[in-house]
Design a protein around this ligand. Structure first.
Ligand SMILES: Cc1cc2nc3c(=O)[nH]c(=O)nc-3n(C[C@H](O)[C@H](O)[C@H](O)COP(=O)(O)O)c2cc1C
Length: 322
């Protein structure tokens, strides 16, 4: 049975923000995936997170928004144990270029944009969001399909990855004109976010769904993540001359049990909105765990480079299950 979010029919599988680049074109290595018959036609596209202004981040981009480096230095992956660490830090050309792109305007299947404010002060971040809303309202009539907006409030590679509840609630308040146009609002949270906070966001009139989880800040949740075992010598990204202030965010297999637990707790506590669950989906069987916990749909992310051959099966199975 299709589950609508604010009247919009998204697929039961979404591509985690960052998976398919800004316009759905993917990354250079996706050409190899194509040879093996791996494609993303039946998943909901979520655009890579844009900031309001152009943002250098740690993954230099060409004019066509493809990475300059063949293997970006800001991404570490452990292929054998199925996890990754990244400090990409939202490299991108800014909202004007992304939102006014014909590549997005011409998409015909519902998809989602993703935005994050990155100014150092709360007040400035809200101003950035107001400006983003203005651009989106200006461009909205050019879009050929219904869209959702993921509010990314949890990217570990920014200085304010855990903004105060008040700030997030204000952002949701500010979404009234977007919601008035029929845009679905989806909060991209992380397993680091306290359950009580997520419940409060879920009660907001403009929070139509949550997507969990973003990456986990290196070293956080030590009671649940054995960092010493994953990275005996500390963050490999800190040793790569990247000039980064933070050691990166964790993706992949270690996230799955945490996401399952979070969804279970949210449902037990009465969370009623749509939950899109992912983070650490590596095998087909992982989807059962998320569904049993109470997820309505799933997102796939780093599995695409950690276990690519499993991707078609995961997508097919999710379509069958949800
Ligand atoms: C290289 C890379 C880039 C990412 N970029 C974004 C992004 O732009 N916006 C976002 O919300 N999450 C971003 N993420 C986080 C993913 O969307 C996802 O939440 C996280 O990787 C956990 O899912 P996974 O374990 O299935 O990969 C990125 C992750 C990676 C590995």
């Amino acid at each position: 049975m299709k589950k609508l979010i604010y009247g919009i029919e998204f697929e039961p599988v979404w591509g985690m923000s960052g998976l398919l680049n800004f316009y759905g074109e993917g990354w250079p290595y996706h050409k190899i995936l194509k040879i093996f018959g791996i494609n993303f036609k039946s998943i909901t596209f979520v655009s890579k997170t844009t900031t309001l202004l152009p943002n250098k981040g740690n993954m230099p981009l060409k004019k066509n928004l493809m990475p300059v480096e063949l293997i970006p230095k800001s991404i570490y992956l452990n292929f054998f144990r199925k996890y990754a660490l990244n400090a990409v830090s939202l490299s991108g050309p800014g909202a004007e270029e992304i939102l006014s792109s014909k590549k997005l305007h011409q998409r015909t299947k519902p998809f989602q944009l993703s935005f994050m404010s990155v100014a150092p002060l709360g007040e400035e971040r809200l101003k950035e969001f107001a400006q983003f809303i203005k651009i989106l309202l200006r461009e909205y009539h050019n879009y050929k399909t219904q869209i959702g907006l993921q509010l990314n409030v949890t990217c570990p590679n920014t200085e304010h990855d855990n903004p105060e509840m008040k700030e997030i609630l204000t952002m949701l308040d500010m979404c009234d004109p977007l919601v008035g146009k029929g845009i679905a609002i989806i909060l991209k949270i992380s397993v680091e976010m306290p359950i009580a906070n997520v419940l409060t966001f879920g009660e907001h009139r403009n929070c139509h769904a949550i997507c969990t989880s973003n990456t986990v800040n290196f070293g956080n949740l030590p009671e649940k993540i054995n960092w010493k075992k994953l990275f005996p010598n500390g963050s490999p990204l800190l040793k790569r001359n990247l000039n980064i202030k933070k050691p990166g965010g964790l993706s992949g297999a270690p996230l799955l049990p945490l996401v399952v637990e979070q969804i279970k707790l949210l449902r037990e506590a009465g969370f009623k909105k749509h939950i899109n669950g992912g983070g650490g989906i590596i095998y087909k069987k992982d989807i059962n765990k998320l569904m049993e916990a109470g997820a309505d749909s799933i997102s796939i992310g780093s599995v695409v480079f950690l276990n690519p051959l499993a991707v078609p099966g995961i997508i097919k199975y999710a379509h069958k299950l949800f």
